[in-house]
Design a protein. Structure first.
Ligand SMILES: [Zn+2]
Length: 290
C-alpha cells in the first residue's frame, strides 16, 4: 500500500486546500502523438520545448531567494516569452539571521513576502511554500508526494531545480530539493500507482519533457551543458534578487551590477570559453523520454 502524506502548502490561492471532490482545472498540454514529442538535443532546449509543448515551467527550490540567484534571468526570459512559471519553495528560509530578537516565524513570514515580490518582478506565479524548516528537508515520501502533486496539477513541460548531484560544497536543502524533484519526475509523477489519492482530485499522471539543473548562476558546474543568455533580462534578475531585502544587507542595484561585472571580468581573465554569453545562467540538461 502506497501511503500518501498530506501537507497543506501555503501561498498561491489556486493551490490552497482544494476540495477533494472538486476536479482541479488543468491546463491543456496540446496534442501529443508518438514520434512527435521527442526533443531534438541539437537544438536550443527551451525553444524546442516551447515549440513542441505547452509553455509551462515549474521551478522547485529550497529557500526563498534560490531561484533569483540561480535562475532569475532564465525565469524572466521565459515569462517574457509567454511561458507560465510556477514556483515551489520547500522551506521558508526560517533560519539564517544574526539578530537575536528575530524569531524563525517572523523571518519565514518576511522571506515568503519577499519571494512573492520577487516572483511578481520576474512575471511568475505566486510561489507555493511547503513550509519545511530551513535545513530540515529530506528526500522522503512526504516531500516527493508534494512535488508529484504539483507536477500533476500544473503539468509543466520544463522543470528547473537545483543540481542535487553536483560535487563539492552545497547546502543540504539544495541537494534534497534537486534529488527529490528528480525522483518525483522519474519514476513517480507519470505512474498512477504512485500517490493514487491524487486521482481523486482529478489529477492525472504527467511527465515533463525536460529539466534544467541549476548549479549556481554564472558559476557553472562541471557538467553544465546549457547556457541561457540572460543579457536582456539581467536588470530584472537583479531587481528580483534585491526584493529579498532581509538578505541583501542594504545593497543597491548599482552594487549588484558592479559585482556581476567584476565576476565577468574575472571569468574572462581565467580563460573562459569566449563563445559563452557573457551574462548567462548555466544548467545541466535532462531530457525525458515518454
Ligand atoms: Zn538556498
Amino acid at each position: 500500500m502506497v501511503s500518501q502524506p498530506r501537507r497543506t502548502p501555503r501561498g498561491n490561492a489556486a493551490s490552497s486546500a482544494p476540495a477533494r471532490t472538486t476536479p482541479l482545472a488543468r491546463p491543456t498540454t496540446g496534442p501529443r502523438r508518438s514520434g512527435q514529442s521527442e526533443i531534438d538535443p541539437s537544438k536550443d532546449l527551451i525553444a524546442e520545448v516551447g515549440r513542441k509543448f505547452a509553455k509551462r515551467a515549474l521551478c522547485v527550490f529550497a529557500h526563498p531567494d534560490d531561484l533569483e540567484f540561480s535562475s532569475g534571468g532564465t525565469v524572466a526570459k521565459l515569462c517574457a516569452e509567454g511561458w507560465t512559471v510556477d514556483i515551489i519553495v520547500t522551506t521558508s528560509g526560517n533560519k539564517g539571521t544574526k539578530d537575536p530578537s528575530v524569531t524563525g516565524q517572523m523571518l519565514a513570514g518576511e522571506r515568503e513576502e519577499e519571494a512573492r515580490n520577487a516572483a511578481a518582478i520576474l512575471g511568475a506565479n505566486e510561489p507555493v511554500f511547503f513550509g519545511f524548516h530551513d535545513g530540515g528537508t529530506s528526500n522522503d515520501d512526504e516531500l516527493r508526494a508534494l512535488i508529484v502533486r504539483h507536477i500533476r496539477r500544473t503539468r509543466p513541460e520544463l522543470v528547473i531545480t537545483w543540481d542535487g548531484f553536483r560535487p563539492g560544497f552545497n547546502h543540504r536543502d539544495h541537494r534534497v530539493a534537486g534529488q527529490a524533484t528528480y525522483d518525483a519526475i522519474y519514476p513517480s509523477s507519470d505512474d498512477h500507482l504512485y500517490y493514487p489519492l491524487d486521482k481523486e482530485e482529478g489529477l492525472e499522471p504527467h511527465r515533463p519533457a525536460a529539466m534544467l539543473l541549476a548549479g549556481g548562476g554564472m558559476a557553472a558546474t562541471p557538467t553544465a551543458d546549457y547556457h541561457v543568455d540572460i543579457g536582456g533580462h539581467f536588470r530584472t534578475k537583479i531587481r528580483a534578487i534585491l526584493a529579498h531585502t532581509s538578505q541583501m544587507g542594504g545593497r543597491t542595484e548599482a552594487d549588484m551590477v558592479k559585482m556581476y561585472e567584476e565576476r565577468r571580468a574575472q571569468a574572462a581573465n581565467n580563460g573562459e570559453d569566449p563563445s559563452l554569453p557573457p551574462l548567462r545562467e548555466s544548467f545541466t540538461k535532462v531530457i525525458f523520454r515518454r
